[in-house]
Design a protein around this ligand. Structure first.
Ligand code: ADP
Length: 589
């Protein structure tokens, strides 16, 4: 339990030391004051009895009542103080933990995101951990408060009988052990259900998000998916119910033990008063101490159980935060052979958990000013090559060089600066038009002049000018006033985003024109060719009318390069490329 406990505490304290200190102070006050109240209560009763017998005057009674009222006000202040500190700390701590989780996510590799076990960790960490550290702190302060109360009660009660104190504490022990056991079980259950919970979240997304709504309606998927959602719920509910039943049942049975101890104590105290071994005031105090003491024992028990559970949940958070990140040793910002361009040397790659290589034995060289097209059936490995080039994945065999220096040795940001890429599944940010374009170069995220130039280059400018609000128009339908664009328009924005990277000398377009009309495609490639005069360009496309413009064409099949050469050479060779080309050309005749 120890280490996460300490870390959660350190986290809470460093988040806002002053609040944490105030919280500790209030907790202490809320812990000792109730015993003081019980003591004053005894004094009041004794003073009343004495005054009634004519041995004291009534002013002393009123004074004591005034003291008790003041104590009540102080306790209220301490409790409000605790609530205030907690709500402020909760907000700050919640933000901080989420920030830690998201910042950690930024350092991870793409491959880790695609690993379901890892994704589970991320989901679990995000779902619960942001409230858990505060819970843990709150529970431990609550525990401390109750323990202080118990100690002060015990001190007062031990005047009567030390044995009674011992019996009383022992009576709470079984309930505590049961609590700890069920907390552990609840946590195991939480882990066990994690994949199902994730599936549930996903089904919710499919059913309730605008980008899925089209297919769900057209194919009538709604009911079946909802049914699946219900099945998962029922499966999880059965386990939840069984645990809840046992937990509450045992809690009740063992709680009875405490109640028995309490009323045993009651009877004994009453008998002591009857025998006049204690005063009426003392009896009042002891009865109050017994009752409050039992409440404090119960509260401590549940705080302990809660602590145990929170601590277990925190293991999720730290498991995620401690997920090893591949070290980024690279510091090189300029290659050993500037102007050499991109080289793949016998590169192969296998996806984690896959049984075969997605690409293998890839050799290629692309010099500045040249363009390269990749052609091949779906699943041939084209996109995988691009992911390797952009270092989203690292080759499992061979190596990739940029300007004579292996990619691994390159400094992360120096490398990213040089590459502009439009992926097939590019992002459609629910931001403004300008931000959608500006996202291509974070250093110039808000540079309006650059947006315009990039939009012109990416052919987005003409339609953007027609939008109300132009570059300030909100896109997507998640936020108020957002506009949805057509697939081709989104694609032009994605292209413009790539053109934001003016310093980039490697341009990668993965089927950039699939959603565009023919004229737009011709325009993009016209432009693409102009840019390619000083850059390296890599293009993936199924349209031979554009592929043929590339200086070199690689034909891929099942992860290997089967043909290479210029359009004319490949046609002449009469291989797969020539067949595909003739097939497509025939379609246009
Ligand atoms: P292409 O771009 O030529 O259509 P890809 O490079 O996307 O092909 O895919 C090449 C092969 O790698 C395919 O067999 C595909 O199933 C597999 N693959 C692609 N992405 C992943 C992934 N994230 N995890 C595991 N296998 C993948």
């Amino acid at each position: 339990m120890g280490s996460y406990f300490r870390r959660a505490f350190r986290l809470a304290i460093t988040t806002n030391p002053r609040l944490a200190l105030l919280l500790a102070g209030c907790t202490l006050a809320a812990g000792v004051l109730p015993a003081g109240m019980a003591w004053v209560g005894k004094l009041i009763v004794d003073a009343v009895v004495a005054a009634a017998a004519g041995n004291a005057n009534a002013r002393a009674v009123l004074l004591l009542i005034g003291v008790e009222a003041a104590l009540v006000a102080l306790i209220a202040a301490a409790q409000r103080g605790i609530a205030l500190c907690e709500s402020l700390l909760r907000a700050q701590l919640g933000y901080r933990v989420n920030d830690m989780i998201l910042a950690k996510a930024l350092t991870l590799e793409l491959a880790q995101f695609e690993d379901s076990e890892f994704y589970d960790k991320l989901t679990r960490a995000r779902r619960d951990a942001s409230t858990r550290p505060l819970n843990l702190v709150r529970q431990s302060f609550g525990l401390l408060q109750n323990l202080i109360s118990l100690l002060s009660y015990a001190a007062l009660l031990s005047q009567l009988s030390v044995l009674a104190v011992g019996v009383f504490l022992l009576a709470g022990l079984p309930a505590f052990l049961a609590e700890a056991r069920f907390s552990g079980e609840a946590f195991a259950l939480f882990r066990w259900r994690s994949p199902d919970t994730r599936m549930q979240i996903y089904l919710e997304t499919v059913l309730a998000r605008e980008d899925h709504a089209k297919e769900v309606k057209v194919y009538g998927l709604g009911r079946p998916i909802l049914g699946r959602y219900g099945d998962i719920f029922r499966k999880l509910y059965r386990r939840d119910r069984s645990l809840a039943l046992r937990r509450e049942g045992w809690g009740f049975a063992l709680g009875l033990l405490g109640t028995a101890a309490l009323y045993g104590g009651y009877g004994w105290v009453a008998l002591q008063a009857v025998a006049q071994r204690i005063s009426l005031g003392e009896m009042t105090m002891y009865l109050l101490l017994l009752r409050q003491g039992q409440a404090a024992v119960t509260a401590s028990l549940s705080a302990l159980g809660g602590l145990y559970e929170d601590n277990l949940y925190l293991t999720n958070l730290y498991e995620f935060l401690e997920q090893p990140v591949p070290d980024r040793v690279g510091h090189v910002t300029a290659g050993a052979a500037p102007g050499d361009g991109i080289r793949f040397e016998r590169v192969s790659f296998r996806y984690p958990g896959a049984t075969g290589d997605a690409v293998s034995g890839i050799d290629l060289h692309l010099a500045p000013g040249r363009s390269l097209a990749l052609v091949g059936d779906n699943g041939a490995g084209k996109t995988t090559l691009i992911k390797l080039l952009t270092r989203l994945y690292r080759p499992t065999g061979g190596r990739i060089l940029l300007d004579g220096t292996p990619l691994d040795a390159w400094d992360e940001s120096a490398l990213r600066q040089r590459i502009a890429v439009v992926f097939q599944d590019f992002n459609r940010y629910q931001f403004t038009v300008g931000e959608n374009i500006g996202a291509g170069d974070v250093a110039h995220l808000h540079d309006q002049a650059r947006w315009r130039q990039a939009a012109t280059d990416g052919l987005a400018a003409p339609f953007v000018e027609t939008l109300p609000g132009r570059y300030g128009a909100q896109l997507g339908s998640w936020f108020k006033g957002g506009r949805e664009l057509s697939g081709g328009q989104w694609q032009k924005l994605a292209l413009s985003r790539a053109f934001m990277r003016r310093e980039a000398d490697i341009l990668v377009l993965d089927e950039p024109t699939a959603a565009m009309d023919a004229q737009a495609e011709a325009d993009v490639f016209e432009h693409f060719r102009r840019l390619a005069a000083r850059r390296m360009a890599i293009l993936i496309s199924h349209r031979f009318s554009t592929v043929r413009m590339a200086d070199e064409i690689l034909v891929m099949r099942d992860g290997v390069i089967t043909e290479r050469g210029s359009h004319a050479e490949l046609l002449h060779a009469g291989g797969h490329y020539a067949r595909l080309f003739t097939l497509q050309a025939a379609g246009y005749r």
